[in-house]
Design a protein around this ligand. Structure first.
Ligand code: PLP
Length: 420
């Protein structure tokens, strides 16, 4: 309570903006996940690893825009590429050389993408992957998993299926090998696809077990259904995404977030035999896929520059190694202080769950101490650290080992102040 009232006192301009925004947008919000009570912080500037609030405070950005901000803010290489693209003109309504180079670079990194198409968001990428699965198989049932998040209209929390998407969804339990096998067998020749994140992202950065994911690969193949890996968050966990680490080749893959260099981005692709359905030069009916901004020059420029000049395999490996070290240290802070928080994740992604653990699926979060998580969130804000309200961290390339030392100190202080 004390933390919350000092938050209110410290951020009057954010509060004022919130009141103003409420007049025009429901809850003053156009991106539900950013909302928290009493009102969310408002930022006016960002640079490198830091965000600057309207109320004149600086925060270390541990959230990296929910993984989209992998490069950090205003990376000079991306800024230069964007300026160059702006100077050349925006939105040609025609093709550019860059989009073909960008697509080729994505194929090089993710060999399962024999052919790829761009969209404006991860949500769209998943919608088109599902549409392709439906068109390819002539079936419309899709297996997804509780806690899976594939976009605003494809969110599978405890509440069940979302609205307005023309598929029949079956919702299984994440990491439940036998359960998944049963559902797939029962759905039989009605099953078009299994859509799964190889590690749950929004659902709590909970890794899928290799056995679970391998079972999905085998059983979809047996059922004549497609396996779709949503790697919108997880593609950053290795140069070729989690599919490379796992040695599993999905039929279709969806991408998004950081790969657009901080601009609006999504992509879907996979086996040529499926993706050729979108080939407008092929004889016969062509599957529809359009989008005014699919090849917009700014996304293509920033995305390509990031992949060609910044995100080398070494840079990505180092980022993930830094994440592993930080997660290990923060896990120790909680165990040493005997505070019931469980740290999940992999590489540069992690979440702090207010449960004793272990956490292998969203079902293990039942009975979570939400007040403790709230306390952690407001404590970190007070100390100048910005993470997701759901206690998720996604490190960017701009964050240094010294920054990580500061994070550990802030968690230690949390443990001292609020532990036991
Ligand atoms: N899939 C996953 C795994 C995501 O984490 C997200 C966004 O958080 C999406 C899809 C949706 O992407 P977008 O917000 O770009 O529509």
């Amino acid at each position: 309570q004390a933390l919350r009232s000092s938050y209110v006192d410290a951020n009057p301009r954010s509060a004022e903006r919130h009141e103003l925004a409420r007049r025009s947008m429901p809850g003053g919000n156009t991106r539900t996940t950013l909302y928290y009570e009493p009102f969310p912080l408002v930022f006016e500037r960002a640079e490198g690893a830091h965000l600057y609030s309207l109320d004149g405070r600086r925060y270390l950005d541990l959230l990296g825009d929910y993984t989209a901000g992998l490069y950090g803010h205003s990376h000079p290489v991306l800024v230069k590429a964007l300026h160059a693209a702006l100077d050349e003109g925006v939105s040609f309504g025609g093709h550019t050389e860059r989009e073909a180079r960008f697509a080729a670079e994505l194929r090089r990194r993710f060999p399962a993408l024999e052919l790829v198409r761009f969209t404006n968001s991860g949500t769209e990428a998943n919608l088109f992957a599902l549409a392709a699965a439906r068109a390819h198989t002539g079936r419309s049932t899709v297996l997804v998993f509780r806690g899976g998040y594939h976009g605003g209209v494809l969110a599978f929390g405890q509440g069940g299926a979302p609205l307005n998407v023309p598929h029949r969804f079956l919702v299984g339990d994440y990491n439940d090998v036998d359960g998944a096998r049963e559902i797939i067998a029962e759905a039989g020749d009605e099953l078009a696809a299994v859509l799964v994140e190889p590690m749950l992202g929004s659902g709590g950065t909970i890794p899928g077990s290799p056995e679970f994911l391998r079972t999905l690969r085998e059983e979809t193949a047996r059922a004549g259904a497609l396996l779709i890996f949503d790697e919108i968050m997880t593609s950053r966990l290795a140069p070729g995404g989690l599919q490379q680490v796992l040695g599993i080749t999905p039929d279709l893959t969806t991408l998004g977030k950081y790969l657009g260099g901080g601009m609006s981005f999504g992509a879907f692709g996979g086996r040529a035999g499926i993706m050729r359905g979108f080939d407008p030069s092929a004889p016969g009916p062509v599957w529809a896929h359009a989008g005014t901004f699919n090849n917009n020059t700014l996304t293509m420029a920033a995305g390509l520059a990031g992949l060609e000049h910044v995100l080398t395999d070494t840079a990505l490996d180092e980022l993930n190694a830094r994440g592993e070290r930080l997660r290990g240290r923060l896990r120790s802070v909680f165990t040493d202080a005997d505070i019931p928080f469980t740290v999940t994740g992999r590489g540069s992604l992690m979440t702090f769950h207010p449960v004793p653990g272990p956490v292998g699926s969203p079902a293990d979060l039942t009975g979570a101490d939400h007040a403790a998580r709230e306390l952690l969130f407001f404590h970190l804000l007070e100390q100048g650290y910005w993470m997701a309200r759901r206690a998720m961290v996604a490190l960017s390339l701009a964050i240094s080992d010294t920054d990580c030392d500061g994070v550990v100190a802030a968690f230690e202080e949390f443990a001292d102040r609020y532990g036991a």
